[in-house]
Write a protein that binds this ligand. Sequence first.
Ligand SMILES: [Zn+2]
Length: 146
Amino acid sequence: MPALPGLEVVRSPIHGYGLIARRDFAVGEIIAWVDGVLYREKDILDDTYALWVDEDWYLDMVDQTRWINHSCDPNGEVEAELDGAGGAWARIVAIRPILAGDEITYDYAFSVEFAEPCHCASPACRRWIVDADELPRLGARLRAAR
Ligand SMILES: [Zn+2]
């Protein structure tokens, strides 16, 4: 698969591999379109690189965008939509100015059921990879698990 222009997969200080910018990106600029295979939640084989699109529809990310790490203070966000013709599109958009060398991140915003410990090291880290709106529910889950 050809490398996405302006991006490179490297070892990441956050986790495993990460995707870094090889050029600057302005706010609102599309960093990459996501190549993926659309499937319904009930047909899930492996949700490691699943990107939620709508209702029970997910994209299994098959290109370098799958290596983008979560951050609680991200510089990118996902825009994704069903296309009405049996497919879907998704893209990563810059929400802060990104400089060459910066790691691209977005907020995975997992629901409580899928929450994982976070090591993004941003000052705003929620310590869990979870949707900020779900934090109260996460607290209840953790207390119940003790
Ligand atoms: Zn974090």
